[in-house]
Design a protein around this ligand. Sequence first.
Ligand code: NAG
Ligand code: NAG
Ligand code: NAG
Ligand code: NAG
Length: 422
Amino acid sequence: MASSSLPSISLPVNVFELNNILSLVLTLTITSILLANGAMAMAIPTTLDGPFKPVTIPLDESFRGNAIDLPDTDPRVQRTVEGFEPEQISVSLSSAHDSVWISWITGEFQIGNNLKPLDPKSVVSVVRYGTRRSQLNRKATGRSLVYSQLYPFLGLQNYTSGIIHHVRLTGLKPDTLYHYQCGDPSIPAMSGTYCFRTMPDSSSTSYPSRIAIVGDVGLTYNTTSTVSHMISNRPDLILLVGDVTYANLYLTNGTGSDCYACSFANSPIHETYQPRWDYWGRYMQPVLSKVPIMVVEGNHEYEEQAENRTFVAYTSRFAFPSKESGSLSKFYYSFNAGGIHFLMLAAYVSFDKSGDQYKWLEEDLANVEREVTPWLVATWHAPWYSTYKAHYREAECMRVAMEDLLYKYGVDVVFNGHVSES
Ligand SMILES: *[C@@H]1O[C@H](CO)[C@@H](O)[C@H](O)[C@H]1NC(C)=O
Ligand SMILES: *[C@@H]1O[C@H](CO)[C@@H](O)[C@H](O)[C@H]1NC(C)=O
Ligand SMILES: *[C@@H]1O[C@H](CO)[C@@H](O)[C@H](O)[C@H]1NC(C)=O
Ligand SMILES: *[C@@H]1O[C@H](CO)[C@@H](O)[C@H](O)[C@H]1NC(C)=O
């Protein structure tokens, strides 16, 4: 049994820089929480100094804000494309530098009664790409899907999404700028030209310069200042450690509340307003069409609907390198970014020692080559170590199941979300 806690950092936002030498330099450049807490201005020790006694930073009550959501009238969340032109374009990494996923949505979502979902086969999924903007001479095709969020209760509205496309590009060179267009060339409905940079090759001397780590993001005016701050720090990669849109703070009629349970105690099921996901995808496109994002699920993605289906928007909208990393689940996977191996773990599916996630994790960890990826970083949503009353020991069962394994393989850093103020 481990005697003290893994070095874990659970904060709404931070951006860290990795030196391409063997010390992890956590240059915590943003987060007002850090700046407000003088304690954290001290140098952060490396794991070479550990294991550590947990350090607790008291909650700054002045951050109990009243976060205000961007309304549907905000130009940044509105649909600006026509017909089946791509929108909500984003890039995600595959498990290694030579492959990425491009995702986007075509066609309009519908919300209301007696909906007829779009036919995902009616729009094909093509990405044209290349290292020269004027010569997108490579082509990849992928898959498309539509999901629905159904509420078989009187007075509640159903939702069905636009057509969601995921295309995997392969055979990419490390640390290289690629230009791309996505869409369906036969309609024709191709996007404008965007670009992304691949991760550097994996080795002990090769790292992305800046990784932004965000969690509990939402789509409030505070989100916009966080995202602006993140963009101004020019990250090469974004990790989102769960709680994406907070569409589950809304009823299906589009009325929202900071406290769902307080305001909507009588709804027959915990409702959601799925257009918030589309708003989020639109708002984030300028950054996510360029900077890869890797996501792990949070409690706000649960979104129960008819037939006890859960996490449907989450698993439909993002691309995850699950197959590429030997996982059978979209909820957990791993990937390399330069000399870092990232473990994206699921706090909301089974983590028992006899379960699939644990088995996959054990195998993944056993296969890590520390000469190639000296840094081992794990993320999941709900922290194992926290004194925050509202979420006290929520993830204790996960800790009991998995902590030893993470120690055994020498995980260097853990990032979590969940403990945040609205
Ligand atoms: C929503 O879908 C459910 C399940 O198919 C159905 O029972 C319900 O009547 C639908 N509601 C509306 C308003 O169309
Ligand atoms: C969040 O945004 C509100 C305005 O919507 C602002 O008054 C408040 O200061 C912001 N909170 C933080 C912590 O930046
Ligand atoms: C949505 O439903 C709630 C609860 O029935 C109601 O209070 C609210 O006014 C409705 N909002 C709209 C926009 O119809
Ligand atoms: C959904 O969950 C409820 C409550 O846990 C259960 O009674 C019901 O049988 C489940 N329905 C399905 C379709 O699995």
